[in-house]
Write a protein that binds this ligand. Structure first.
Ligand SMILES: Nc1ncnc2c1ncn2[C@@H]1O[C@H](COP(=O)(O)OP(=O)(O)OP(=O)(O)O)[C@@H](O)[C@H]1O
Length: 282
């Protein structure tokens, strides 16, 4: 299998309105791939088509090397994890018992429950009844459930949207640990920092179309104005070209011990999104 996801000219219309237009992209094994777009741009629709919850109007999608429609079959379902708006938890059971049920379903040893609860910072809440959890806790147990069987491919729809910064950090660490173990992750977000922190490559989605696709680093570097900002010890700033002329100037500041900080002048992913789509992300 060459790609974990191979989407070709995917289209989805709802009552004649095109929500997704000619969307093509590939996700390689072991990547964290980010789908970035404002509300209503088609992120959830894409995940639903890639996970056999929706049928495309036209185009094709191969996931784990087979047509996406096959993911309904048990043997493929066990290889993926999906988190969308549907949490599918048993609200009268405890956090632990919910995860135990999924362990039985996926043939996972219950020892793994403590591991995933640590990953999502829910160890203390293990015996709490799910109906008594806060929105952020619900989001974390839903993620724990998706991590439980260490799927080959994980789909996450805005995984940290209800989380505070501390728990967001826990989830990022958990996702990076999963990636290191070989899980491929497809996530949607409108948080540019999340994309910068996690994603190997990102696609910008706007009005149902992919407008740009590359690594966050390359996107920023391609739009760098080739200058550095040098903050001096007296609080003033100098803009210095990255070439030989700038080297001379920087050398002088450094020789005089006047440099407090130096950074490359590149736009943020958010700036690039606005430049390309003419829209803000959130
Ligand atoms: N079942 C449906 N019936 C009709 N229209 C739909 C349906 N599902 C999605 N849409 C429309 O398709 C477009 C894309 O919706 P989608 O939920 O994929 O966007 P999104 O990028 O995930 O948004 P958000 O960030 O708000 O979750 C929207 O205009 C939405 O109203």
């Amino acid at each position: 299998m060459e790609y974990m996801i191979d989407a070709n000219a995917l289209e989805k219309s709802f009552s004649g309105t095109r929500a997704l237009k000619n969307v093509s992209f590939q996700v390689k094994k072991g990547e964290i791939f980010g789908f970035l777009g404002p509300s209503g741009s088609g992120k959830t629709t894409t995940i639903k088509m890639l996970t056999a919850q929706l049928t495309p109007t036209s185009g094709s999608a191969y996931v784990l090397g087979v047509p996406a429609s096959k993911l309904k079959e048990g043997k493929y379902r066990k290889q993926i994890g999906v988190i969308t708006d549907n949490t599918a938890l048993y609200v009268r059971l405890s956090v632990y018992d919910n995860l135990k049920l999924y362990c039985d379903l996926y043939d996972v040893h219950p020892n793994r429950i403590d591991e995933v609860l640590r990953m999502v910072n829910l160890t203390q809440e293990s015996q709490k009844i799910v109906s008594k959890l806060s929105k952020g806790m619900l989001q974390r147990i839903t993620l724990a459930r998706a991590f439980l069987h260490e799927p080959k491919l994980l789909f996450l729809d805005e995984p940290t949207s209800a989380l505070d910064p501390v728990n967001t950090r826990h989830i990022y660490e958990g996702l990076i640990a999963l990636k290191e173990k070989g899980t491929t992750i497809f996530l949607t977000t409108h948080d540019m920092n999340e994309a910068e922190t996690l994603c190997d490559r990102v696609a910008f989605l706007n009005d149902g179309e992919i407008q740009l696709l590359d690594s966050p680093k390359r996107l920023r570097q391609q739009r760098s104005d080739l200058t550095l900002t040098v903050e001096l010890t007296d609080g003033s700033r100098a803009i210095v070209p990255k070439g030989p002329a700038g080297a001379q100037e920087l050398f002088q500041y450094m020789s005089a011990n006047r440099v407090a900080s130096v950074w490359s002048n590149e736009p943020t992913l958010g700036d690039i999104f606005v430049e390309v789509t003419g829209r803000k992300l959130s």
